[in-house]
Design a protein around this ligand. Structure first.
Ligand code: ZN
Length: 430
């Protein structure tokens, strides 16, 4: 009992104050940073925090034991690139119709299903990189307050990009349809001054992170996929302002030229990166820029291409990007670029996020490195590593479990059966 008290004291809480104490047991555990899965798996949770880990952990009296059997305990998985406010639509035309025909309230309620599917898949934290109408802010706040079920969200409000670029929400519609041209309030920026203004506007309205489109994209109608879409001066201003206000910045970038501008500007992560060349990858390695390849986006596009549901212009761009992405990711892994796990959920059906791990391993990543990338490395990229991302005393109790051993078969993470977020059991179905 005294040892328990000391353990609780060390974890910064008193035994008397702990309402719930769980002991999670499994055959194995991965702590988020070690080079191997450990045996056995044992984690003690008091309220929302981990208070002891490992075979010698003291078991407090009165704790509820959850024995998961032949399973592996893991830190809650993370996804550094989602769009939870957007529904997955196999048919491209429906994405546009949703925005035009559904009120914000309906689109927000539709998104609850995306949040539920995501956390049930073991994703306890997401970095949500762009949405419309501040839906992401509402979802984040309601989830944090425990009003709805979903992962912890870091949100970016509008993605910021140039007129006619991948992040221009009016691009693809006839001029004048919306009665005005979009501006910084919609995420459209065309000068360094407007970049700073839009960063400030996003943060004023709840952004945890700044997202920008440094190059064209696949699922947009008025641009090439690889051309740069912001100048060096615009990206310099955007990243400088984000960092000054203690926010990280992520750049959507397919083409190497636009990506290099973002990397030079000090961007924290490059998203997609289909056409990154050796110079870009070497710059990232040297500066410690994270690479979030979003292989699941390519997987989703592949499935939609075979169904014939993409407009011809988009299909052509998708094929071009997909033809280059795998080789780029192989190279990045071989060079030792810091790889993080993100999926671009909404390009494929929400809830399949954990398939990203298997795709990374297929391209040369060791399973244990993929597990680190989707837990402790993502936590560093998101700036929350002091609170979560590992199974360590004092960390938030975000804990999931998959059957078997993911170090032997990484695809076991696609079968997460147990999910706990901040000490609350969300799924208990091993
Ligand atoms: Zn995206």
């Amino acid at each position: 009992m005294f040892r328990t008290f000391l353990a609780l004291l060390a974890a910064g809480c008193s035994l008397a104050a702990a309402d719930r104490i769980y002991v999670l047991k499994a055959a194995r555990m991965f702590d988020g940073k070690g080079d191997h899965v450990l045996t056995p798996g044992l984690v003690v949770v008091a309220d929302d925090k981990i208070i002891a880990v490992g075979r010698n952990a003291a078991i407090p009296a009165g704790a509820e034991t959850i024995d998961l059997g032949d399973a592996t305990l893991l830190p809650g998985l993370m996804d550094a690139h989602t769009h939870l406010a957007d529904p997955f639509e196999r048919d491209y035309r429906n994405e546009e119709l949703n925005l035009l025909k559904k009120p914000v309230s309906e689109r927000t309620l539709d998104a609850l299903d995306n949040l539920r599917k995501t956390i049930m898949a073991g994703i306890t934290t997401v970095r949500d990189l762009g949405s419309e109408d501040f839906i992401d802010v509402g979802l984040r706040n309601a989830t944090a307050a425990g009003k709805i079920t979903g992962p912890r969200m870091l949100v970016s409000v509008h993605a910021l990009g140039s007129t006619g670029g991948h992040c221009d929400p009016f691009a693809g519609y006839a001029a004048g349809v919306f009665g005005r041209e979009p501006d910084f309030r919609d995420g459209v920026i065309d000068s360094p001054e407007q970049a700073r203004l839009a960063v400030r506007y996003n943060i004023k309205n709840g952004a945890d992170v700044i997202k920008t489109c440094a190059t064209g994209g696949v699922l947009s109608l008025t641009d090439d996929v690889d051309t740069p879409q912001l100048t060096q001066a615009e990206l310099d201003a955007l990243v400088d302002e984000a960092h000054a206000l203690r926010r990280k910045a992520a750049a959507h970038a397919h083409g190497a030229n636009g990506a290099k501008r973002a990397i030079r500007a000090g961007i924290d992560s490059i998203e997609h990166g289909s056409f990154l060349d050796d110079e870009a990858l070497d710059m990232m390695k040297q500066r410690g820029t994270y690479y979030v390849p979003t292989l699941m986006a390519a997987q989703g596009l592949k499935e939609r291409l075979s169904d014939g549901y993409l407009p011809p212009a988009v299909a052509t761009k998708a094929r071009l990007a997909m033809a280059s992405l795998d080789e780029t990711v192989r190279k990045a892994i071989a060079k030792g670029v810091r790889m993080a796990v993100g999926t671009d959920a909404t390009v494929y059906p929400h809830g399949r996020n954990a398939e990203e791990f298997g795709l990374l391993v297929k391209l040369g990543m060791k399973p244990i490195d993929a597990l680190k990338a989707g837990t402790s490395v993502d936590a560093q990229l998101l700036g929350i590593a002091e609170r979560t991302g590992t199974l360590e005393t004092g960390k938030l109790a975000d804990i999931v479990a998959c059957p078997g051993n993911p170090e032997e078969n990484i695809r076991q993470v696609e079968k997460i059966g147990f999910v706990m977020k901040e000490g609350v059991v969300v799924r208990k179905g091993m």
